[in-house]
Design a protein around this ligand. Structure first.
Ligand SMILES: Nc1ncnc2c1ncn2[C@@H]1O[C@H](COP(=O)(O)OP(=O)(O)OP(=O)(O)O)[C@@H](O)[C@H]1O
Ligand SMILES: [Mg+2]
Length: 253
C-alpha cells in the first residue's frame, strides 16, 4: 500500500505495518497494517473486543506494541511519548470522551488548545463548526448531553490542529439524529486535509462516511476495502467470523 508519490509529498500521513499488540498474554491486535492519507477517512470496524481501541491507543502512545512499526509522515514514532505524538499532529478522541465534567465547555476545549500547533482550528473556528457551543461555553460539561459531550471531545481534539484525527466510538450510545449532527463536522475537517481514523460501531454509518473500511476480527484484519467494493455478506462474515457464501447458486457437493 506504499505510494512513493504520496510519501514524498507528505500525503501519506500515518502508516502502521505488521502491528502486533498484547495485553499480557492476550494478542489483542495481530499483524495489522494500514495507512491514512490526507483527507482520507479510514473506518475501523469490528465486534466488541476485536482490538479497535487497543489499536488507536497504541498509535496515540498510550500503550506499547509488541512488534511492528508506526510511522507518521515517513518517520517512526513508536518511541515517542503521547504528548510528542500530539505535537507531531496525532490527536485521539478516546472511548468514553474523558472530558472534565466540572469544567466549562470552553475550559475543556482550551485543554486541547494548550501547546497546540498553529493552524486552522482555533477555539473560534471550533465554535463556527459547532455554533451551539458558543452560547453554552460557560456551562459545565457534566450538565450536557452525551451527543453534546461527544462534539466537545471532537472540538477539543481539533483545536490541537492534528494532521490525523482518531476518534474511538464516534456514535456509541447516541440517537440517530444526534449522530447525524456529529458527523456534520467531517466534510469541513477533511477539506483541511486532515486524515481521519475512526472506530464506528454502526457499520452502515462507517460505510457512509469512510473512504476505506478496515475490519478486525479477534485482532486480525478480516476485510479491507472501499465501501463500494464491499458486499453486505462479506462485511457480515468479516465482522462476525462466519462463513460468507457469495451470492452464486448452490453448487453440488
Ligand atoms: N487494559 C487491558 N488489560 C487487559 N486486557 C485488555 C485491556 N484492554 C483491552 N483488553 C482486551 O483486549 C481485547 C481488545 O480490547 P479492545 O478494547 O481493544 O477492543 P475493542 O475492539 O475496542 O472493543 P469494544 O468494541 O468493546 O470497545 C479484549 O479482549 C479486551 O478484553
Ligand atoms: Mg473499544
Amino acid at each position: 500500500m506504499s505510494d512513493p508519490a504520496a510519501e514524498s509529498t507528505g500525503l501519506h500521513r500515518l502508516a502502521v505495518a505488521n502491528l502486533t499488540i498484547h495485553h499480557g498474554q492476550l494478542r489483542a491486535v495481530d499483524d495489522v497494517s494500514f495507512s491514512v492519507g490526507a483527507s482520507e477517512v479510514l473506518a475501523i470496524i469490528g465486534a466488541n473486543g476485536a482490538g479497535k481501541s487497543t489499536l488507536l491507543r497504541t498509535i496515540a502512545g498510550l500503550h506499547t506494541q509488541t512488534s511492528g512499526s508506526i510511522t507518521f509522515e515517513g518517520e517512526e514514532i513508536s518511541g515517542l511519548r503521547t504528548f510528542r505524538r500530539v505535537r507531531r499532529g496525532i490527536s485521539l478522541v478516546p472511548e468514553g470522551r474523558r472530558l472534565f465534567p466540572s469544567l466549562t465547555l470552553e475550559e475543556n476545549i482550551q485543554v486541547g488548545a494548550q501547546k497546540a500547533a498553529a493552524g486552522f482550528f482555533t477555539i473560534d473556528a471550533a465554535y463556527e463548526l459547532f455554533p451551539w457551543m458558543h452560547e453554552r461555553r460557560r456551562q459545565r460539561v457534566g450538565q450536557l448531553s452525551g451527543g453534546e459531550q461527544q462534539a466537545i471531545a471532537i472540538a477539543r481534539a481539533l483545536v490541537a490542529n492534528p494532521k490525523v484525527l482518531m476518534i474511538d466510538e464516534v456514535s456509541l450510545g447516541l440517537a440517530p439524529i444526534v449522530i447525524e449532527r456529529i458527523y456534520e463536522f467531517l466534510p469541513t475537517i477533511v477539506a483541511q486535509g486532515i486524515g481521519v481514523l475512526l472506530v464506528e460501531q454502526d457499520v452502515s454509518q462507517a460505510l457512509a462516511v469512510a473512504t476505506r473500511v478496515h475490519c478486525l476480527l479477534e485482532g486480525k484484519t478480516s476485510l479491507v476495502g472501499a465501501p463500494s467494493e464491499l458486499s453486505p455478506g462479506a462485511i457480515e462474515a468479516a465482522y462476525f467470523g462466519t462463513t460468507h457464501s457469495p451470492s452464486t447458486p448452490e453448487e453440488s457437493p
